[in-house]
Design a protein around this ligand. Structure first.
Ligand SMILES: [Zn+2]
Length: 287
């Protein structure tokens, strides 16, 4: 955090320096754009292929073929979820929360994409619907579906609780679910678990200190966020022990609800859509 009483005085031109206007680091207009109307039109007459439920304080896995869709739905009560995505054929290609944040901002909604890690850096999924898009940014600077938190985990909890051992943080839930799906041991699966998309979670940064905050999610049963799979996907979704994350996580205190994942097959692929190629950089790293 920035010091309340800085050790170094402001230079004479300090206010001028502060007044310089920012520029957007990565104008996304230059990126390959999804044809959102085509992706949305291809949903007409789709077929529900599967439903998978993440139990409270647990995670589930699901697979989505390229060109299909999946929805994460709130059922029973307000609940946030932590989402991991991998290339179904290659766990090394996984969701890159940091670059997605740099490209699309702190919180995602319809039209944004979930990008994969280097050296792949291509869209894994495109958001095609979000019933909470009305929320925008609230007076605290909070918004839903963030890529700024990481995932609740037992290591940070251990530090903050002076030695606590809690086994149902999203990090552990995702680790167990991935181990179950792949046959890896939990220790073998853990390194593949990565920073998440915090589905339905309402978060932001405190204006005075810059600290990460959470507040009660506005999600209600029936709300959903919907994705189009650009490549064959393996997903894992944890129903966070924080419930709606209005008070605390990393414990069994909060009221916790399940989350539902639905996978849909369209009648035909979206018109004009082709799976994205891996990134075109030649990886020589030298001139
Ligand atoms: Zn969590």
């Amino acid at each position: 955090m920035k010091p309340q009483y800085p050790e170094h005085p402001m230079p004479a031109d300090g206010m001028t320096r502060r007044a310089v206007a920012p520029v957007v680091c990565y104008p996304v207009d230059g990126l390959p754009q999804p044809d959102l109307p085509a992706l949305q039109a291809a949903r007409a007459g789709w077929t529900l292929l599967s439903e998978t439920r993440a139990a409270p304080r647990e995670a589930c896995t699901f697979t989505v073929p390229a060109g299909h869709y999946f929805r994460i739905l709130s059922v029973d009560g307000p609940q946030v979820g932590d989402l991991n995505l991998w290339n179904a054929a290659d766990l090394a290609e996984r969701f890159y929360s940091g670059k997605t944040r740099a490209l699309h901002g702190t919180h995602l909604s319809t039209g944004d994409r979930m990008w994969s890690a280097f050296p792949h850096l291509r869209p894994m999924a495109t958001i095609t619907d979000d019933t909470l898009d009305w929320y925008g940014f609230d007076a605290f600077g909070g918004a839903v579906h963030d890529v700024i938190g990481t995932r609740c985990d037992p290591y940070t909890h251990n530090l903050l609780s002076h030695g606590g051992q809690y086994h149902h943080c999203c990090h552990s839930n995702l680790t167990r679910a991935l181990a179950d799906h792949t046959g890896l041991s939990v220790q073998g699966a853990e390194p593949y678990v990565h920073d998440v998309l915090n589905v339905f979670m309402c978060t932001g940064f405190m204006r005075d200190t810059g600290q990460y905050f959470m507040k009660a999610s506005p999600v209600r049963p029936g709300d959903y966020i919907e994705f189009f799979a650009e490549i064959d996907l393996l997903g894992a979704l944890s129903a966070c022990p924080g419930g709606d994350c209005s008070a605390q996580h990393s414990s069994d205190v909060a009221a916790c609800h399940p989350l539902l994942v639905q996978v849909f097959a369209p009648k035909a692929p979206p018109i004009g859509w082709t799976p994205p190629a891996r990134n075109g950089y030649d990886r020589s790293h030298v001139a």
